[in-house]
Design a protein around this ligand. Structure first.
Ligand code: C5P
Ligand code: MG
Length: 197
């Protein structure tokens, strides 16, 4: 297993539909980081034949609730291990930690985060993006009922994580109500001196 000082971890947070995945893809193009999306890992586990957690994950996702941290952290740890064994040790962990217990457990057991990127956006804009994405995403949670629940979970459960890291001075805020291109250029300016190529 890899050691905690062997890896470098940046958390990526922001409301549903804010564009975390899109901006992480931009960063991966320009910097040598491995992008791991907690939501994507959960969806892959849900779809994996024989998974003992498939049904549980699908219920949590549809309801916009946070999957028990043991499951998500195990998936992240496995994905990180695989990357480390290929010599890749720098990670953008997208959509995680979404709840305080995930933050504490991950930093205790896996690695400390370097900092958190927080994408800030109004609900109206996120709602528009999610409804648009829902036309083609095939996701069980890109519908208006699930979206409302995800917004509620974000405010009640995930914002405390952002506030916690803010209190430690470990948050870089990126306003996200502009076009993807404008957001990325702003993001790059903010992190240039904190990311390794
Ligand atoms: O980040 P994404 O929108 O893909 O996450 C989809 C869903 O996956 C969340 O609404 C939540 O149900 C679940 N999830 C979670 N814990 C995380 C990330 C995602 O439970 N850290
Ligand atoms: Mg995503």
């Amino acid at each position: 297993a890899f050691k905690r000082d062997e890896v470098k971890v940046i958390f990526v947070l922001g409301g549903p539909g804010v564009g975390k995945g899109t901006q992480c893809a931009n960063l991966v193009r320009d910097f040598n980081y491995v992008h791991l999306s907690a939501g994507d890992l959960l969806r892959a586990e849900q779809a994996r034949p024989g998974s003992e957690f498939g049904e549980l994950i699908s219920t949590y996702i549809r309801e916009g609730n946070i999957v028990p941290q043991e499951i998500t952290i195990a998936l992240l740890r496995n994905a990180m291990q695989e990357a480390v064994s290929q010599g890749r040790t720098k990670f953008l962990i997208d959509g995680f930690p979404r709840k305080m217990d995930q933050a504490v457990k991950f930093e205790d057991d896996v690695a400390l985060s370097e900092f958190t990127l927080y994408f800030d956006c109004s609900e109206e804009i996120m709602l528009q993006r999610l409804l648009k994405r829902g036309e083609t995403s095939g996701r069980s949670d890109d519908n208006i009922e699930s979206i409302r629940k995800r917004f509620k979970t974000f405010i009640e459960t995930s914002m405390p994580v952002v506030d916690y890291y803010r209190s430690l001075n470990k948050v870089i805020v990126v306003p996200c109500d502009k076009s993807q291109e404008e957001v990325y250029s702003l993001l790059k300016d903010k992190i240039r001196d904190r990311m390794d190529i």
